[in-house]
Design a protein around this ligand. Structure first.
Ligand code: AMP
Ligand code: ZN
Length: 113
């Protein structure tokens, strides 16, 4: 199920353009519009799940698929020395877009060397 006025549901439906990294029937990955690292993309389920707090046992396979895609897509996007994964959840968790998403951040970070 999708929501009419959810920005990530709209991206999943192609109503708002995105810079796609990966797509299949269940999952979409696209580059973050305001990247916090040289590589920064988001992995979302196409169905509307509000957050990690709203995940049900029957979503386990979908979540497994999303996590399983991380290393492949991170490599494809140019992460050679690792990456960071972040899932912000709810207001106190700093979640701004209420549609579940995994942040994948990586790439060379000169200030850390
Ligand atoms: P969060 O604070 O975890 O909810 O993160 C939401 C992320 O979505 C932020 O990093 C935004 O830059 C990103 N974002 C918001 N709108 C778009 C968009 N239209 N296309 C790509 N990324 C977006
Ligand atoms: Zn949504």
């Amino acid at each position: 199920m999708q929501l009419d006025d959810c920005i990530f549901c709209k991206i999943a439906r192609g109503e708002i353009p995105s810079s796609k990294v990966y797509e299949d029937d269940d999952v979409l990955a696209f580059r973050d519009i305001n990247p916090k690292a040289p590589v920064h993309f988001l992995i979302i389920p196409k169905q509307h799940i509000e957050s990690l707090a709203a995940v049900r046992p029957e979503d386990a396979a979908l979540l497994g698929k999303m996590i399983g895609l991380v290393p492949q897509l991170a490599r494809q996007e140019g992460c050679v020395n690792g990456f960071r994964t972040v899932i912000n959840t709810g207001r106190d968790g700093g979640q701004e877009v209420p549609h579940l998403h995994i942040h994948v951040l990586g790439g060379p970070q000169p200030w850390k060397h």
